[in-house]
Design a protein around this ligand. Sequence first.
Ligand code: E4P
Length: 218
Amino acid sequence: MEFFLDTADVKVIREFKETGLINGITTNPSLVAKSGKDFKKILKEISKMIKGPISAEVTAIDCKGMIAEAKILSNISKNIVIKLPLTEEGLKACKILSSKKIKTNVTLCFSAAQALIAAKCGATYISPFVGRLDDIGENGMNLIREIKAIYSNYKNIKTKILVASVRTVDHVIESGMIGADVVTLPPATLAKLYKHPLTDKGLKAFLDDWKKTNQKIL
Ligand code: E4P
């Protein structure tokens, strides 16, 4: 399973790149607004650091406008993936861009039917938002199970399941158990993946005992 980092903060990306765990980046207009920086400059900077896919979302709401924006965003770097909303216009744009071999990430997916349609339109990635479904009392991970079951029935579906709106370590574990292709993680959630109180406690005990030996490895 690949890990993408869900942020538009270049500093944070630089920091997490060091872990060697980051396969790609997802951004959205809210994350860009939060960064307070110029979108195109952010994309340029990220593409210098990350060789994997970088999702950049269009903001036009009509197909023609989306295609025009996609052209500009794609020109920034060859690893830009065009993020499109799961609307009728977004799906039309997805079909056009897919036919031109431009990679797409269809976002704001909240149902299996939507995921099926996105795959039929040739989406490279589908982004189901699990956390936002949990927020309204539904089970977000059930949606991932449904999409996985549908996609697995058809060899010609190449669309990858990119689990988005991830809030917990359990979302990541379940994604792995279901066999999702990618999880996009907020930096704080990624950091939680390797944290365990027993690891900290165990390490402290080992180091305390080591001190008593008066030995040095180096
Ligand atoms: C994914 O591409 C989105 O940017 C993101 O995962 C949305 O997460 P949120 O629901 O926490 O805003």
